[in-house]
Design a protein around this ligand. Sequence first.
Ligand code: ZN
Length: 151
Amino acid sequence: MKTGRIAALLLLAGVAGPALAAQCNVEIEGNDAMQFNKKSIEVPQSCKKFTVTLKHTGKLPKASMGHNWVVTKTADMQGAVNDGIAAGLDKNYVKPADNRVIAFTKVIGGGESDSISFDAGKLKPDGDYTFFCSFPGHSTIMKGKLAVVKS
Ligand code: ZN
């Protein structure tokens, strides 16, 4: 009986183990009300790659209510937004080869999704990063903080 209980505990510990491993991906939703469903994203320091999946839960087309997910240093955000608007929708509102942009998804419309995996080593543990949607006019509301956390 005692042996059985220990075995059960070990089994539980084994099941709990993977939950403690770093979560190197996140899902974020954008909607027709021009909102993300997250205000912050944490990237565990132990992740080599980090994957962000953006889902548009609305119905509106990308030309009128398109969303993407872009991350830059907070200080670089406004410049990347301005140049992205100039680049236009067919460039996903991101200036081509903009080295301020750490990662971005394409612009998607209602019902669509897109994922991006990037080298988490580009992020500094003490860095100040902001993620946002670079569709014209959206970044004032559709933005949040991205931070590297110990894992
Ligand atoms: Zn948007």
